[in-house]
Design a protein around this ligand. Structure first.
Ligand SMILES: [Zn+2]
Ligand SMILES: [Zn+2]
Length: 290
């Protein structure tokens, strides 16, 4: 949990101290919930409350970008910056993120969602939404000059090719966003808890996007299909389920289902539970474990 506030036109945040933490920590948020909350960010106050509720996105102070190496943010490190934090007058350390980054990417998310919905319905697109999409391309072109001519090209495509040109321009901009999104493999210990304590027996591989990337993936998926994306509990692939999975249970992509992974994991769990039960039974009877 973090403490966040607006200072000097930026978002200053720090990890909350124990005594500042009230109630349960927020659980993992689905991509859809994150996107919905992020797309509602439209003022400095709403950006700060997003950070308080969902945590920081790790946008650098200078450019408002996630994983910005020149600013000391390492890609895949999420919100944890390498750059030293800033100290306020009482010596409290803060991380500082660009308010403009939050406001801009949220405005972009709204514009992309609206344009896609209007294109699908065949209703009129608002010029200011296209200005926002163009702004993403312009911002990227400032860092990557080879993109410069694309701003004019995308405008011509929209004028000359009608809705096909609009879809193409949207694809172009969303791909620029996608290049800033990442899903990082991570290792967690595979552990057994029993009355004898904790035993670590191996490593589980997980592939989790950071919060910015989860929003990006969800945005692209919503624009593309209007459906929600999930991460397969086994292989970490992003997929769109036919039915909404139960959030409290494991969920699997079609490939893993076809391979019989859910059944395999179920019988592994069953075996481990049985083993733990019989160990408990033996020790209750005073029989030492083999
Ligand atoms: Zn930067
Ligand atoms: Zn899978």
């Amino acid at each position: 949990m973090v403490v966040a506030e607006l200072r000097h036109g930026d978002i200053w945040w720090r990890f909350a101290r124990d005594e500042e933490t009230e109630g349960p920590r927020p659980g993992a948020s689905s991509g859809r919930k994150l996107l919905r909350a992020f797309a509602a960010v439209s003022s400095p106050a709403s950006a700060v409350s997003f950070v308080r509720r969902f945590g920081p996105l790790g946008l650098c102070r200078e450019h408002g970008l996630p994983g910005c190496i020149p600013c000391g943010y390492w890609p895949r490190w999420g919100a944890l910056p390498r750059a030293p934090a800033v100290r306020d007058a009482d010596g409290t350390e803060y991380y500082v993120e660009s308010l403009d980054g939050y406001l801009f990417f949220a405005r972009f998310a709204r514009a992309a969602l609206r344009i896609a919905a209007q294109l699908k319905r065949g209703s009129r697109r608002a010029p200011e939404d296209w200005e926002t999409v163009d702004e993403l391309v312009e911002r990227e072109a400032q860092r990557e000059p080879v993109l410069g001519p694309w701003v004019a090209t995308l405008g011509r495509m929209r004028t000359n090719l009608g809705s096909s040109g609009e879809w193409l321009a949207l694809v172009f901009a969303l791909n620029l966003l996608a290049m800033r999104c990442r899903a990082s493999p991570s290792c967690t210990p595979r552990a057994d808890y029993s009355k004898h304590g904790l035993r670590v027996t191996g490593i589980e591989l997980g592939i989790e996007p950071d919060a910015f990337s989860a929003i990006g993936f969800q945005l692209i998926n919503t624009v593309a299909r209007g459906k929600e994306i999930y991460l397969c509990s086994y292989c970490g692939a992003l997929y769109t389920p036919a039915r909404r999975p139960n959030p409290n249970r494991r969920n699997f992509c079609d490939d893993c289902r076809a391979e019989g992974i859910p059944e395999r994991l179920r019988s592994r769990d069953l075996y481990q539970r049985k083993k733990a039960r019989s160990a408990d039974h033996l020790s209750a009877a005073g029989v030492p474990e083999p």
